[in-house]
Ligand binder design. Structure first.
Ligand code: PGA
Length: 253
């Protein structure tokens, strides 16, 4: 568990945006965070076509940017894929990997998520490895097992030095986009499981940040971020509204 009191808040725009709306959002965020302490780390993960625009509008700001996925391959005949190196060329520093929507709609399994994690690390991106159980898995009492396995498969492929560069995001699938965030005690318990798993692999992984995601809003962010072992948040819907995203970031500051 991180001893430093620094939090990380990442926006996940998903498949939302257009040039005009992005410009307003990005400029408002850049301006709204200007005076904030450097201790709080903020990033937005945008759709690929908007990387250039994001780079242009945020390069002088304290907000980092990233992508929502990368190819499991380095380069080649993979029509429609985008490589981690391409994202890095546009100044991206984060890459979400294994988001539950990728797992559910694009059949991404744990080995694929591990491969994507490697592709991100190879080009200097910080992989944000997303893990989380479905409602059915939680109801069956298998939440911890599911989430632990998702992380363990990735960890098993990495050296300690590589694993030290990860960010983990715990996102219960049933809390994503539903307006029903996990309860503070559920978040605390799962973050403890994830931190234990990390430190069981190596003590040096105590500092790997574990974020919570799933219906984080301005009115619940403070409570969720105050839980021990919660080092910040991955924010979907609320990251599309500048005011809400800024409020959530303020709750982490
Ligand atoms: P949400 O999405 O904040 O809209 O629930 C979170 C995510 O999917 O990362």
């Amino acid at each position: 568990m991180s001893e430093l009191n620094t939090k990380l808040v990442i926006g996940n725009w998903k498949m939302h945006g257009c040039l005009a709306r992005n410009a307003v959002l990005l400029n408002t965020l850049a301006h709204g965070t200007q005076q904030w302490s450097e201790a709080l780390r903020i990033a937005v993960c945008v759709p690929f076509p908007y990387l250039a625009q994001t780079q242009e509008l945020l390069h002088n700001s304290r907000i980092a940017w990233g992508v929502q996925d990368v190819s499991a391959h380095t380069e080649g005949a993979y029509t429609g894929e985008v490589s981690a190196a391409m994202a890095a060329e546009f100044g991206a520093t984060f890459a979400l990997v294994g988001h539950s929507e990728r797992r559910a709609y694009h059949q991404e399994n744990d080995p694929a998520v591990a491969a994507k994690t490697h592709r991100a690390l190879e080009v200097g991106l910080t992989p944000v490895v997303c893990v989380g159980e479905t409602r059915a898995e939680r109801d069956a009492g298998r939440a911890e097992q599911t989430v632990s396995q998702q992380l363990q498969v990735v960890l098993d492929t990495l050296s300690v030095e590589q694993a030290m560069r990860l960010v983990i995001a715990y996102e219960p699938v049933w809390a994503i986009g539903t307006g029903r965030n996990a309860q503070a005690h559920e978040v605390r318990a799962m973050h403890a499981v994830l931190h234990r798993l990390l430190t069981a692999a190596d003590d040096r992984l105590a500092h790997v940040p574990v974020l919570y995601g799933g219906s984080v809003k301005p009115d619940n962010a403070r409570e969720l971020f105050a839980e021990p072992g919660v080092e910040g948040g991955l924010i979907g819907g609320a990251s599309l509204k500048a005011e809400d995203f800024l409020d959530i970031c303020a709750a982490a500051d």
